[in-house]
Design a protein around this ligand. Structure first.
Ligand code: GLA
Ligand code: ZN
Length: 684
């Protein structure tokens, strides 16, 4: 795979979404912007994201003069720009004259012009117009020395149910099922409730998914939506690849919000293959009353590692807020110090940038109160601006020991969005307690607490680089993946799985004849039935002499070759195995049958870390809530020591390191103020 360095001059990127098109009537603001950009120690701006109406005010009449000036101003202060293609929002004249660009929702209602991210991915006209626009942008700015990369559209997502999208769906299905309705009906289990399809024209997209009983169809629709979105994106980048083959391309990915788990509207594992650099928009609900800062920090870490692992290379933080957002239920300001800490965490996990939405708060419309570097007061003396500038200064000083440095993990945790789709569709188990993303984050957290890096991988990733592979709740598991797991364990790997794993195949059809043979062999058990609990139900599992609480799920197991490490204490499966270990060829396989609490996970995974001799980048003793993460280069590593608690923390460093910002040599006791970060260097 071609490795792309996300910054070309070894600078960490600092800046963000800049919307000068909102301020064309305010020349003093545009002039002031560059002064403030310097003062904020910023160097990179994403421009043009929603500027279509300014770039093409009338059909086929373009105006790039204002953009030329903006780019020259940024260039004059040594800044760089990330050129966005404006397809995330259309001008009103387009919706007026070419209504086919408007999206149709799952109930077949055509949307009116308004909001954004609401175009049809199949519209021939829209595809033609985006190509024309992108060609013009590439011709005009492709050779500009300050151009850093392309930012395609914005936060791709959503779906369209118009007639052309329906037709494309049918074509996609014909291709997938070899033009054979028999194959399709088998895969969709069409005989159920008389859903047998006898003519391709009978196929309509789910309307909506939650009300459609044919799960195989829902799954295929989601796959098609990913395919169609990527196809639209590929159409957009065609002129860019032709005219600017050396300029990297990205598009900004997201998480599912406000849950803050992996994004589920598209299959990013497929999309990632088509971009040169991964970038994502992180809006963690810092200071929420739902969980403590350390737990949230570990979930942020999980998402960062997810994006790093997609291409196993540094990524960009394309958007974040320096202060608050405007769309959480409660939009709380980052407390003093949190901006620095949360930004350092991004760098620690492999980002080569801290970019914001937004540079300047808009004056009107829905984002006028969303956090920004420059507030309505236009001042550089307010708290937020000062914290941004302080971070920018530190990033300038840290560039040399961060940019391009890699991450490396011995542990992989598998996230599969297709399985997530199918599990959520499944009418079974607890409808509200499945929580696949959150469950993965809980398992991941135990490694994070021990400062052991973890890759968040897909089922297509090679498993062999890892010592430990975690596959919690992998509901959909094909024979191919089962064989891959088996080969991994045969060769000495350790695998851990849980309840609700391996129940359906890639068509969302249940496996017949019990659990898949390779899984039975590897784990040495057979799951017999899974009991689902009411919120007030409890059970417990005794492990190493201590009882741990069970909630939500308990799987009854039949032991084959495995040994039982813990049994249930209650119910009709009292004293039967809940937790097992099997030695299979050179490796080991653990099955955790019940949803156990953090205390259990802590003990269980601490032991696994010990027996596998996994060591953190820096030997240190500290309380929960301090995180130590490393990025490595030839012969050295940069280590971030971060305090995600509201209290001062004293660490005991068992090795000597040098502070990257102060050159101070550190060893022994190290005091960290609340939310403080130290970045240190260690030779290896
Ligand atoms: C998204 C969008 C931005 C902005 C922010 C607000 O990430 O890409 O344009 O709306 O949300 O948080
Ligand atoms: Zn459509």
């Amino acid at each position: 795979m071609k490795k792309i360095k996300v910054t070309d001059d070894n600078r960490l990127l600092h800046g963000g979404d800049y919307n000068p098109d909102q301020w064309l009537d305010y020349p003093d603001i545009l002039k002031e912007d560059v002064e403030l950009m310097k003062a904020a120690h910023t160097n990179t701006f994403s421009i043009g994201i929603f500027a279509w109406a300014a770039l093409e005010p009338e059909e086929d009449k373009y105006d790039f003069d204002w953009l030329d000036k903006v780019i020259e101003r940024i260039h004059s202060i040594g800044g760089r720009f990330i050129m966005a293609t404006p397809s995330g929002a259309r001008p009103a004249w387009m919706s007026q004259h070419h209504p086919e660009v408007l999206r149709v929702d799952a109930y077949r209602r055509k949307q009116l012009h308004g909001a954004r991210h609401n175009h049809c991915f199949s519209s021939e006209y829209y595809r033609k117009k985006t190509q024309e626009m992108n060609t013009k942008l590439a011709e005009r700015y492709g050779d500009h020395p300050a151009l850093l990369m392309w930012h395609i559209s914005n936060e791709f997502g959503g779906e369209c149910h118009c007639d052309s999208c329906q037709n494309n769906f049918r074509e996609w299905l014909k291709n997938k099922y070899n033009n054979d309705l028999k194959e399709l009906n088998h895969s969709w289990w069409g005989a159920f409730w008389s859903h047998t399809i006898t003519d391709w024209e009978q196929i309509e997209s789910p309307s909506p998914i939650g009300e459609n009983a044919v799960h195989g169809m829902n799954l295929d629709w989601r796959r098609f939506v990913t395919h169609q979105t990527i196809d639209f994106y590929k159409n957009e980048i065609k002129p860019l690849r032709e005219l600017t083959p050396d300029v990297p391309i990205t598009t900004n990915f997201m998480s599912d919000n406000p849950e803050f788990v992996p994004f589920t509207a598209l299959d990013y594992s497929q999309f990632a293959k088509e971009v040169d650099v991964i970038s994502w928009d992180a809006y963690a609900p810092w200071h929420t009353d739902q969980e403590d800062t350390a737990t949230l920090a570990s979930r942020v870490a999980f998402l960062n590692d997810h994006f790093y692992s997609m291409k196993n290379q540094p990524f960009l933080l394309m958007e974040s807020t320096p202060s608050l957002v405007n769309w959480h239920d409660v939009n709380k300001a980052k407390r003093p110090g949190m901006h620095f800490l949360s930004s350092m965490q991004m760098l620690a996990h492999g980002s080569d940038s801290i970019l914001y939405f937004q540079w300047r708060k808009s004056r009107g419309s829905s984002e006028k109160f969303h956090g920004a570097v420059v507030d309505h007061d236009r001042s550089k003396d307010n708290r937020v601006f000062k914290e941004v500038a302080q971070l920018g200064k530190a990033m300038e000083d840290l560039s040399d020991c961060v940019v391009g440095y890699q991450r490396k993990a011995d542990v992989g945790i598998l996230y599969d969005v297709e399985s997530d789709w199918a599990l959520n569709d499944a009418q079974g188990f607890g409808l509200k307690t499945k929580k696949y993303g959150e469950t993965l984050q809980k398992h991941y957290q135990m490694f994070w607490e021990n400062n052991i890096p973890v890759d968040v991988i897909s089922k297509e990733t090679a498993f062999d680089p890892y010592k430990i592979l975690l596959i919690p709740m992998l509901y959909m598991l094909s024979e191919e993946t089962a064989e891959k797991i088996s080969a991994f364990v045969k060769n000495g790997g350790t695998v851990v799985t849980t309840y609700i794993t391996g129940l359906v195949d890639e068509a969302d059809l249940t496996h017949m004849g019990g659990w898949l043979k390779p899984l039975k062999e590897v784990f040495g058990v057979e799951p017999l039935e899974t009991d689902t609990y009411y919120p007030s139900d409890r059970n417990s599992v005794v492990y190493n002499g201590k009882a741990y609480e069970v909630r939500d799920y308990a799987t009854v197991l039949k032991l084959l070759e495995a040994e039982s490490l813990g049994s249930y204490e209650e119910d009709f499966y009292k004293d039967t195995p809940a937790l097992t270990k099997n030695t299979y060829e050179k490796g080991q396989a653990f099955y955790i049958g019940a949803r156990l609490n953090d205390d259990f996970h802590r003990v269980f995974y601490n032991e696994l870390i010990k027996t596998h001799d996994l060591k953190p980048a820096l030997e240190a003793k500290h309380n929960r809530g301090v995180s130590i993460q490393a990025r490595k280069a030839e012969g050295k590593q940069t280590i971030f020591i971060m305090n995600f608690t509201e209290e001062s923390q004293t660490l005991l460093l068992l090795e000597e390191v040098t502070d990257c910002l102060t050159d101070e040599v550190l060893g022994g006791a190290l005091e960290l103020a609340p939310y403080e970060t130290r970045v240190v260097e260690k030779r290896i």
